[in-house]
Design a protein around this ligand. Sequence first.
Ligand SMILES: NC(=O)CC[C@H](N)C(=O)O
Length: 368
Amino acid sequence: MTDPSYRHQILVFTTPLIGNYGVPSNEAPTDGYDVGMMLESKGIQCAGVVVADVADRYSHYQAVESIGDWCKRSGIPGISDVDTRAITTLLRDQGTTLGRLAVGHDALGPPPSPADYWDPSLDNLVAEVSTTEPYTLNPSGDVNIAVLDFGAKANILRSLVRRGARVTVYPWDFDFNSVRDEYDGLFLTNGPGDPKHAKEAISNVRKTLEEWDRPVFGICMGHQIIGLAAGLDAYRMTFGNRGHNQPVLALASSGSILAGRVYVTSQNHQYALTLTDPFPEGWEPFFINCNDSSVEGIKSTAESGKKVWGVQFHPESAGGPLDTIEMFTDFIQTCRDDKVARKGSGSGLGSAFADIGIFAAAGALFGE
Ligand SMILES: NC(=O)CC[C@H](N)C(=O)O
């Protein structure tokens, strides 16, 4: 509910009982990074919630209020005691659709005309959720990472900072090219809506990809922006991919140590990059979704001399499986090795991201 990529969406929960753990406080971050402790952003981002059975009585040692009180305090409507199985069946047949919440007379009266609905996908939602001012987290970090904020989930920022990075977050339309030489790497975040609306970001990132050879990593919207900047197209999916159990295959052709294995991932997206053959020069597909064969990742080819990766899924997955969390470790380590190599004190460091072995330290997967 607090993932900014869900901005303006009504969420229908398929789990029948919602709210029994209550809602935790996001205040007083004890991790010191000032992105909040628990939630994925400062508050509820979705437009409404639909649940079968809402728990008014909650029980969890970290809970401070019920989901009902939280929604009320946030001005977000919720509806319960509806048959979410029937709604899910409908959505699974016709795909994601425009909708409204109505009770009493409103629900019984004549349905609104299509013109009464606002389609959020027609607007640039990124501009609504991005930071308006740059800010820096962990100023003493040893590797300098710039983040373009399309609606960042807090756990992306936590995942960068926890690995020792100094992180400066810029508004979505900031031209990173004006400061790029100060940075060891660029990160592009997730974000809501149709990626094609973020035109300024696409053209800025295109320039970066053409002229800069330091590491770039993008997640979800960030991956779509990299793809559009690289010359791929994007389309609106009928169903989108959501939930915490989306299987993705690392393609054998990617030449990566990950190749040929399937990872379970957390996802929330409605748009996807179009799979073309051939891919634009200098690029190759990295991951493919095992359920619907959609593009789940792209990377720069070894021959291109670049170190750029985009993944449609969420390696930072809060909550969700941690199969791919080490992509953050490898991104930061690649930036660090690259920095050392640039300073001339490295010897053969800066090996390609995908070859370091995302899963080399299997134990670390469980240490996160
Ligand atoms: N989580 C995301 O970044 C979503 C990306 C984009 N808004 C989509 O729906 O495809």
